[in-house]
Write a protein that binds this ligand. Structure first.
Ligand code: CIR
Length: 270
């Protein structure tokens, strides 16, 4: 079975991205594109088949594809991103995901960003954020409950998405910043705390054997290595200026075979 990594090219107008918790600083798009290409190469080296959703040069945040969908084993949920300028990103992602999973689509007034959803087995921890509203979380629960998933809303502060504060780095291990999210919310998981001087270091991309991790956080990286966690570091500094990190530039899932009855239609959730 193949592990697919869906990615989307960096837009030439990345500098016009939405920013919430960061000051706008100049972004070198060529550097961002080179870092993104390196990110894709790392995913391939770590066992993923990289597939690109067609570029959307007019959509500055399109590279942050994680926010547009949640891909589970049985289905994919096409989100309705909380930033209005990002809602057009979902169309092409849905067209691609329709080859791999039956689709459900979130409807107004619900909003949800994939960056707010941390999946641990059958638990979907969902950040109650400025991007993911109660209606969006309720729709998600309605869609996934029949498949045996539990939706657990999680309060957090200080950062854009739940996965800016905490991500999974091992079967029973989370990496997070307890100033932004309470470890007690995640029952039964071991908690690795980010280094105090690296508050943004909680976003890691766990690929089973290895964690892909920003090279900007050496102190936290040392904590992961001390736990015996294999880490591959990568420079994503230019993407970070757009408030992006390592999870948000891909959608990772197992290919169980293409859907033979693909029609391009999508199933509304309501
Ligand atoms: C935004 O504010 O939506 C983008 N500039 C950054 C999104 C990053 N997404 C993520 O971490 N899941």
């Amino acid at each position: 079975m193949k592990r697919i990594a869906l990615t989307r090219p960096v837009s030439p107008i990345l500098a016009q991205c939405v920013l919430t918790h960061m000051e706008r600083t100049p972004i070198d798009v060529a550097v961002a594109q080179a870092q993104h290409a390196q990110y894709e190469r790392c995913l391939a080296t770590l066992g993923c088949t990289v597939r690109r959703v067609p570029a959307a040069p007019e959509l500055p945040d399109a590279v942050f594809i994680e926010d547009t969908a949640l891909v589970l084993d049985e289905l994919a949920i096409i989100t309705r991103p909380g930033a209005a300028t990002r809602q057009a990103e979902t169309t092409a992602v849905a067209a691609t995901l329709a080859y791999y999973r039956p689709l459900h689509v979130l409807a107004p007034p619900g909003t949800l960003d994939g960056g707010d959803v941390l999946r641990v087995e059958r638990a979907l921890y969902v950040g109650a954020s400025g991007r993911s509203n109660p209606a969006g979380i309720a729709q998600l629960r309605e869609i996934v409950t029949p498949y045996g998933y539990q939706v657990i809303p999680v309060p957090f502060t200080g950062c854009l998405h739940l996965k800016s504060a905490v991500t999974q780095v091992g079967p029973e291990t989370l990496l997070g910043n307890r100033a932004w999210v309470a470890p007690e919310m995640f029952t039964g998981m071991v908690w690795v705390e980010v280094a105090p001087e690296e508050p943004h270091a909680g976003n890691a991309l766990w690929l089973g054997e290895t964690v892909l991790y920003p090279q900007a956080y050496p102190e936290t990286c040392a904590r992961l290595l001390a736990r015996g966690i294999a880490v591959q570091t990568i420079d994503v500094s230019e993407l970070a200026k757009a408030e992006g990190a390592v999870t948000c530039c891909s959608l990772i899932f197992t290919e169980y075979g293409r859907l033979s009855n693909f029609t391009g239609r999508r199933t509304p959730s309501q």
